[in-house]
Design a protein around this ligand. Structure first.
Ligand code: SUG
Length: 417
């Protein structure tokens, strides 16, 4: 279909960004619990990443932070300043920044009705994330409100946990051609929660009107979940014909390749062996939580967290990969350390939507002038630092609310208030 390109919608980091250690099984979140956070720096790091991709000639969009603190959640759980700090912090979480968990997206060439389908992720496994989907849906309904081109669904009902695009990969010859969609789920029973339920993935595939012959369902390796891969995008990423994956990402690694190849024979696998980069090192550096992008030149680039450069094992593997003339031709480090400390790398921060930008509400698309306006609001209104003890504070609540409102106002998105 003509005009279709991949647009990355990054989550703008909200003004209440903090480290509360809310995500069991997410090692970075647990290990940074109680640290001071720097919301202004965090948001500016995110904008710099978006600018980088825009300067590379790629289409870039964004989604706005959700309203926090969530007073309705506090009220419905009977939470006040004397209650468990974790419950209080949940209502303040800026976790919607990780838009790879906002929704699962099936582009128009893959669906029965020829529209791009989006299902917001219910994120039911974690309280602080489970509060996101209704507000996320409201935003998607505006950004993708053109019903000739998009269908925005409700979230999958509980108890089937759905974490969205973080557990979904799409293989295709080019973004605008018909794709094969791969859904990766976890089997419960381990030390950490398996957040993506097989039945949620299957429901999304049905509701999006995907051809069953162009869908593949794969189980995540339970050992990867145990090692801290709470989403598949912590150990694998796909773009067009290429799957970039750790050797131990899937329960049956060879079976996974065979199943994808049966539906998509052109598959090219770039596999990182455990002997070169252990699962622990992959999860610490987030090598696979990278944006695998097709540049306008046709070359593929991997946008990795700068932590990768600091790991001798990971960086020497990247150099080896570049020297070996494979499909990935560039490795580009970016600084998203504030997000990384909560377990969110470059890939977590973006939702990929294949669409004609002319069919998307332009208020969600980035250009140079808007990037400057957004940066100015962040510099003026986002808190510089939040200490865990500040969560719940009425003055901070006012700052956070007003900062978000200032952003909505410069982007003419007051209807999200
Ligand atoms: O759901 N962290 C997020 C990170 C999400 C990363 N997304 C992808 N892999 N696509 C999560 O665990 C930390 C919250 C806290 O501890 O305050 C958090 O929610």
């Amino acid at each position: 279909m003509s005009g279709l390109v991949e647009i990355n919608f990054d989550g703008i980091v909200g003004p209440s960004h903090n480290y509360a250690g809310l995500s069991l099984g997410n090692i970075a979140s647990a290990s940074h619990k109680g640290d001071p956070s720097y919301p202004r720096a965090a948001a500016l790091q995110g904008i710099a990443k978006m600018r980088g991709n825009m300067e590379r000639g790629l289409a870039q969009g964004y989604l706005l932070p959700l309203p926090r603190p969530n007073f309705s959640l506090l009220e419905r759980l009977g939470i006040d300043e004397h209650t468990d700090r974790a419950l209080l912090a949940a209502a303040w979480s800026a976790s919607s920044m990780w838009t790879a968990n906002a929704a699962t997206v099936s582009p128009a060439p893959d669906t029965a009705d020829g529209r791009c389908h989006l299902t917001p992720a219910n994120l039911v496994t974690m309280l602080h994330r489970g509060q996101e989907w209704r507000d996320t849906k409201a935003q998607l309904k505006i950004a993708f409100g053109n019903q000739d081109h998009f269908a925005v669904h409700d979230a999958i009902p509980p108890s089937f946990g759905d974490e969205g695009a973080a557990n979904h990969m799409r293989f295709c010859e080019g973004h605008g051609s018909r794709g094969v969609e791969v859904f990766v789920y976890g089997r419960p029973g381990g030390r950490f929660p398996a957040r993506q339920h097989e039945q949620a993935s299957r429901a999304v595939a049905r509701l999006h009107g995907l051809d069953p012959d162009a869908c593949v369902f794969i189980e995540q390796n339970p050992e990867a979940i145990e090692a801290g891969a709470f989403h598949n995008d912590v150990v694998a990423v796909a773009n067009e014909r290429v799957l970039f994956t750790h050797e131990r990402a899937f329960a049956d690694q060879q079976g996974a390749y065979d199943a994808i190849r049966a539906a998509f024979p052109a598959l090219e696998v770039v596999e990182v062996p455990d002997s070169a980069v252990s699962l622990a090192e992959a999860i610490k550096t987030y090598l696979f939580n990278a944006q695998l992008l097709t540049l306008p030149s046709g070359e593929m680039a991997l946008v990795v967290p700068s932590e990768c450069q600091e790991s001798a094992a990971v960086w020497s593997w990247c150099e080896h990969m570049l020297a070996s003339n494979g499909p990935i031709r560039k490795v580009i480090p970016v600084d998203v350390r504030q997000s990384m400390a909560n377990g969110g790398g470059p890939a977590c921060l973006r939702l990929r939507v294949v669409a004609d930008p002319a069919t998307v509400d332009a208020r969600f698309l980035l250009d140079e002038a808007k990037a400057e306006r957004i940066e100015a609001v962040i510099a003026d209104t986002w808190p510089e630092q939040i200490d865990p003890a500040d969560i719940g504070n009425a003055t901070l609540a006012k700052t956070v609310i007003e900062a978000r409102e200032a952003l909505l106002s410069v982007l003419s998105l007051g209807e999200l208030a």
